[in-house]
Design a protein around this ligand. Structure first.
Ligand SMILES: Cc1ncc(COP(=O)(O)O)c(C=O)c1O
Length: 382
């Protein structure tokens, strides 16, 4: 708005910094590791909370050629960000009546159900177009995709006629647990349907792995890899140290510091008792910014690397921290409390809140001042 004298960073309660150079480096790490011919990027849910348009544009500059989103509107936004060249795959498939928009923007639908297949075939016949699609077959997730019975019926009855499938796809349910028996059961089930599918569509490729699957045997990688969460710095291998670079940092401003002059309780519901002399800082972040209420129980922020446990409940816009161990010189209105950073990763916040990094990232709030650290510009050959 014209006429404001303060900067957005001055006005915001918290600053979210997103490192696009780390994001693109994470994509390269996954690409080097992955045997797939095409390592793409899942940028659904607004790029896992980091900003799909910024993330996709940076990844495209790094060489990523295939982007995956959940919804058509996400696909439209990503198409706008990456231009006409890259593939944009919409994993929820076409809602009835949206087929023309897919075709107009060259968005590739995943066909998950018999209804979506029938709808896409009908549209393709009337529009006389050769639009590509991915056919999703369920191999053990029981979420989206044709059942084995439905798949067999489509093969037997010509139910795939008129399609131009880029790939057959399936999704792993337990890939972050390397030894989970469902991984191998899904891989075998997928290999079987893929060989049948290729009797009908010999050129069809295969898409099977998410982030964690890239750290399983290369037999899981197939042709089109679909990593998401690892791009954004969450550990895809929870049992071993994180091979990915951190992408997200979140710092919230201290509004007020007080030292309590008697033993007392803190926050809504008076759930946390503190002894006389405790130094408390009230910080401008809350559950309306995506910090789970459950983080109140075991969470901590950091000031100058010093751990400051949360005291009491997370409220809508504020969290209270015990800053007794921080020297007064580090505590003043506007001083920053690290919520996510070098002392507390996305995974740490998730563990303390009893959830997963995916949920922390995709809940990142709309009120933060967002600061993008640019990816290095690729040097063009003279
Ligand atoms: C179908 C599908 N493929 C790929 C992904 C990416 O998974 P991840 O974020 O674990 O890499 C997801 C994420 O939920 C998904 O639903």
């Amino acid at each position: 708005m014209a006429g404001l004298l303060s900067s957005p960073q001055d006005r915001a309660g918290a600053v979210l910094s997103i490192d696009l150079a780390a994001l693109t480096e994470n994509w390269r790490i996954l690409k080097r590791r992955c045997a797939a011919k095409d390592t793409g990027a899942v940028v659904k849910a607004d790029g896992y909370g980091t900003g799909a348009v910024q993330a996709a544009a940076a990844l495209k500059s790094a060489g990523c050629a295939t982007f995956y989103v959940a919804h058509l509107d996400e696909g439209i936004a990503v198409r706008g960000a990456v231009g006409a060249g890259p593939r944009v795959v919409v994993m929820h498939g076409p809602n009835r009546g949206t087929e023309r928009d897919f075709a107009a923007l060259k968005l590739i639908p995943v066909l998950n159900t018999p209804e979506q297949i029938a709808g896409w075939r009908k549209y393709a016949e009337t529009a006389d177009i050769l639009s590509e699609s991915l056919v999703h077959v369920d191999t053990g997730m029981n979420r989206l995709g044709l059942t084995r019975k439905e798949f067999d019926a489509h093969i037997a009855d010509g139910g795939f006629n008129g399609l131009h499938p880029l790939a057959l796809m399936s999704h792993l349910a337990c890939s972050e647990e390397a030894k989970h028996p469902l991984n191998e059961a899904q891989r075998k089930a997928f290999a079987e349907v893929l060989s049948i599918f290729r009797t009908r569509f010999p050129d069809a490729k295969a898409s099977f792995t998410n982030s964690s699957g890239i750290f399983l045997d290369p037999a899981y990688h197939y042709d089109y890899a679909r990593p998401g969460v690892a791009l954004y710095g969450v550990n895809p291998t929870p049992d071993v140290p994180n091979p990915m670079l951190p992408v997200v940092r979140l710092f919230a401003k201290i509004i007020q510091v007080r030292r309590v002059d008697r033993a007392t309780t803190v926050g809504y519901g008076a759930t946390a008792a503190v002894p006389e002399g405790t130094k408390l800082a009230t910080v401008s972040i809350g559950y309306a910014d995506g910090i789970p209420r459950s983080w109140g129980a075991g969470g901590a922020g950091f000031v100058d690397g010093i751990r400051c446990p949360v005291k009491g409940r997370v409220s809508m816009d504020l969290v209270i921290f015990d800053v007794s161990n921080v020297p007064d010189s580090g505590l003043h209105p506007g001083a920053l409390m690290e919520i996510i950073g070098s002392h507390s990763t996305v995974d740490d916040v998730a563990t303390a809140a009893g959830t997963i990094g995916y949920e922390i990232l995709t809940s990142l709030g709309a009120r933060y001042h967002r600061h993008y650290l640019p990816a290095p510009t690729p040097i063009k050959k003279p």
